[in-house]
Design a binder for this molecule. Structure first.
Ligand code: GLU
Length: 428
């Protein structure tokens, strides 16, 4: 499907939560500013390949259920497609398409040799047993097996998937290949060829770009208040790492409530509390707060680190932060972007802010292919180098071209991908 090319201003309120339209709007805006020709717009406005599979699974109660799964490769122009697999009850092909294209731009922003891909299975992991999840994962892997590969398309964890799921994918792929293929997925357990530093990488990358932004504003972490939405892999790790270097995490917002402490939450204690009670609410080290309000507390940094469409035209005027760091993919709609620009919020866009994860995925893939593993210090140093350079390049590009950081990131990415396609030529 070719993107319905549109501009951020032309998106209607009814459509603003369609991630594919959001991706298309940003793409179009950047393409216009780059004077990208029509042919290139067609190539980059379309996924290269889209696969839909229907997976029969024998459930624990003896019933057979059929689940729908997708794997989309938006682009393989700069290298194998790269991107996560998510399990969610409300997934759509449009969402997977958008997320796949964001991976293309993300890998190009940090200049790692990958294209973009994404996968998803429509299922609710909360009501499935471990055995059922394993069966879904293995059958999904078997169905997409000819589509993926270390040189073709390399999956990774995303919403509701983790290193256990990656181990099942690696094993299934390897059983079919008749030998162990570690480089087929990233985000694997350490014992199976995972990289040191990968579980923390997305959260660490967020912290790195926030520190870089603070430097521009002459601010220190000790004087910086942060509101984090999402306490999963990204939000949890970022909160932990940031509080360790002095940031004050004044509020944490989850799907079932929020907790607030103006002096900064003790993140390790909050993790422990959630482990014991299953929720962040009722924590002795803070007060419970309405989750719909907590996002709009006055703070220096707002870090949405859950899913898409958290900031929309309906609530963006309530945002009271100086820096918005997008730990999640697509947390801000294009209409919300316009409001944030009016409010002079310094946005660190998702395709830069959360690129630490895929960057260390790249390191994992390199290590697997070499069979030679790095220590954590080396992983973190190389991550730091890439995040700092990418942040500086985008901010400088935005300044030089009088565009906001998001459009600058899209422009740099589009230019790199279009450049690769031009060099390769169109095969016929
Ligand atoms: N799912 C993560 C993302 O959206 C990581 C992808 C990867 O490591 O391939 O960036």
């Amino acid at each position: 499907m070719v993107a319905t090319l549109t501009s951020p201003e032309s998106i209607s309120i009814e459509n603003e939560k369609n991630p594919w339209l959001a991706a298309a709007a940003r793409f179009e805006d950047a393409a216009n500013r780059l004077n990208l020709d029509d042919g290139m717009r067609k190539v980059l406005g379309t996924s290269a390949r889209e696969l839909t599979v229907h997976i029969p699974v024998l459930l624990d109660d003896g019933r057979i259920e059929v689940f729908t799964g997708y794997r989309v490769q938006h682009s393989i122009a700069r290298g194998p497609a790269k991107g996560g697999i998510r399990f969610a009850p409300d997934g759509t092909l449009d969402e997977v398409r958008a997320l796949a294209s964001w991976m293309t731009w993300k890998c190009a922003v940090v200049n790692i040799p990958f294209g973009g891909g994404k996968g998803g299975v429509i299922c609710d992991p909360n009501i499935l047993s471990d055995t059922e999840l394993e069966k879904i994962t293995r059958r999904y892997t078997a169905e997409i097996i000819d589509f993926i590969g270390p040189e073709r398309d390399v999956p990774a964890p995303d919403v509701n998937t983790n290193e256990k799921v990656m181990a099942w994918i690696m094993d299934t792929y390897s059983m079919h290949a008749r030998h162990t293929v570690t480089a087929i997925v990233t985000g694997k357990p350490m014992a199976l060829g995972g990289s040191r530093g990968r579980p923390e990488a997305t959260g660490r990358g967020c912290m790195m770009v926030i520190l870089r932004a603070l430097k521009l504003m002459n601010k220190r972490p000790e004087d910086t208040t942060v509101v984090v939405q999402g306490f999963g892999n990204v939000g949890g790790m970022a909160s932990q790492l940031m509080s360790a270097v002095g940031f004050k995490i004044i509020a944490l917002v989850e799907y079932d409530g929020a907790v607030y402490n103006p002096n900064g939450l003790d993140i390790a204690a909050l993790q422990q509390h959630r482990k014991e009670t299953g929720s962040i609410t009722g924590f002795a080290g803070g007060e419970d707060m309405d989750k719909a309000e907590a996002m709009f507390l006055e703070c220096d940094v707002l870090l949405p680190a859950a899913t898409e469409n958290v900031l929309t035209s309906q609530n963006a005027h309530r945002v009271r932060c100086q820096i918005l760091c997008e730990g999640a993919n697509g947390p801000t709609t294009p209409l919300a972007d316009l409001v944030l620009a009016d409010r002079k919020v310094f946005v660190i866009p998702d395709i830069l802010a959360n690129a630490g994860g895929v960057t260390v995925s790249y390191f994992e893939w390199v290590q697997d292919r070499q069979g030679f593993f790095w220590n954590e210090q080396l992983v973190n140093e190389r991550l730091q180098e890439i995040m700092d350079e990418s942040f500086d390049a985008i901010v400088e590009y935005a300044r030089a071209h009088h565009v906001n950081n998001r459009i600058a990131a899209y422009m740099v990415a589009l230019d790199r991908v279009a450049g690769a396609i031009k060099l390769r030529g169109i095969y016929a």
